[in-house]
Design a protein around this ligand. Structure first.
Ligand code: ASP
Length: 342
């Protein structure tokens, strides 16, 4: 009887051991699936639009590429040093906000009344915490305000004067509104008014900036910052600061930042829709991004997105002739491009 019991227990033990080891194998296989790509990666954009090699001379192309590379390097440094996706996204966006080439921070477009009103959002894929602000006129780096809304307030989205009161309370750097103004953006506003163009008709349409990243822990983050559309009125808000429209991050799927005709991106819920497709039907970042940009196109909108997935994959999709963009990863990838076919 005792011998039988010992035999039975050893058999149980063996089954247990083999189950444990096969469970471990499955877990390791899962982990391999999740982290089969580069250990970190980052993608940035500086807006989509009607740019073409014919309309943009090589010196200007080189200027934009250098500006994008500086931003990419700032984000890359954070990730290569073992930092977090959230900090990498923030670092890249600060560079783009401070650079007058782009429609965010310094160099933002003017409203119809001739003011620069800024929108920004940031999101952490670990727990889907998010922060956003709209209509600020004196916050030097709106992405820092968005970050502080996420980190230091119980809210997700603050607007206008209230957002600036909060920014001051958090000791975020404020500047005179003139700091944001550039002659080129003023010229664009005057052209829009003189030609009685609509918001979506101005030449180089969208110069919003954004970044998405995945860090070596597999956490994703996304951020977007913009002046919105030239000549915007009535307190108009675009997709950029709206969580789920122009910005979204979820470790179960991806991180997305968008640029384009905001109204269409809001209606299509672009950033969340891309992540939902990846999470629920298993599409790759590229397939999901292309499908959702095609939906935006079908509604009559144009623009583009950048996407980063927890496995280190990054993807771009656009239905415009170009999008200022770049990406880098731990395997040595470093790409900067402007035109769609580059
Ligand atoms: N998406 C932005 C907006 O509609 C514009 C842009 O991408 O430049 O406000």
């Amino acid at each position: 009887m005792l011998a039988r019991l010992v035999l039975f227990c050893s058999a149980l033990l063996l089954v247990g051991v083999s189950q444990t080891s096969s469970a471990q194998e499955v877990n390791m296989a899962d982990q391999d699936n999740v982290r089969s790509g580069p250990s970190w990666s980052i993608a940035i954009h500086g807006g989509a639009g009607s740019m073409s090699p014919e309309k943009m001379d090589e010196t200007v192309q080189a200027e934009y590429k250098a500006a994008l590379q500086t931003a990419l390097d700032a984000g890359t440094k954070v990730l290569a040093d073992g930092g977090e996706a959230l900090d990498a996204v923030q670092a890249a966006i600060i560079v783009l906000e401070n650079d007058p080439h782009f429609n965010a921070g310094r160099g933002a477009v003017f409203t119809y009344k001739g003011v620069n009103e800024h929108d920004a959002a940031i999101m952490d894929g670990r727990d889907r915490s998010a922060g956003a602000s709209t209509g600020t006129t004196q916050v030097k780096n709106p992405i820092l305000l968005a970050r502080s809304v996420m980190d230091d307030s119980p809210h997700v989205f603050l607007s206008r004067e209230g957002a600036e009161v909060f920014a001051r309370e958090q000791n975020i750097e404020m500047v005179d509104p003139d700091w944001f103004a550039t002659p080129e953006r003023w010229r664009q506003l005057e052209e829009l008014k003189a030609k009685k163009l609509g918001w979506f008709d101005v030449d180089l349409k969208y110069g919003t900036v954004g970044a998405v990243a995945v860090d070596s822990n597999g956490n994703v983050a996304a951020g977007t910052s913009t002046g919105g559309l030239t000549g915007k009125r009535w307190g108009r808000i675009g997709d950029s600061p709206m969580i789920g429209a122009g910005t979204y991050a979820d470790n179960r799927a991806c991180a997305v930042s968008a640029t384009g005709a905001g109204e269409f991106f809001i209606r299509a819920g672009v950033a969340h829709e891309i992540c939902a497709r990846m999470r629920m039907i298993g599409e790759s970042a590229e397939v999901a991004a292309k499908a959702v940009i095609a939906e935006v196109g079908a509604l009559g909108g144009d623009g583009g997105v950048i996407v980063a997935a927890p496995d280190g994959t990054t993807a771009f999709a656009m239905n415009t002739p170009g999008m200022y963009r770049g990406r880098a990863d731990s395997n040595g990838l470093n790409e900067i491009a402007i035109f769609e076919d580059e």
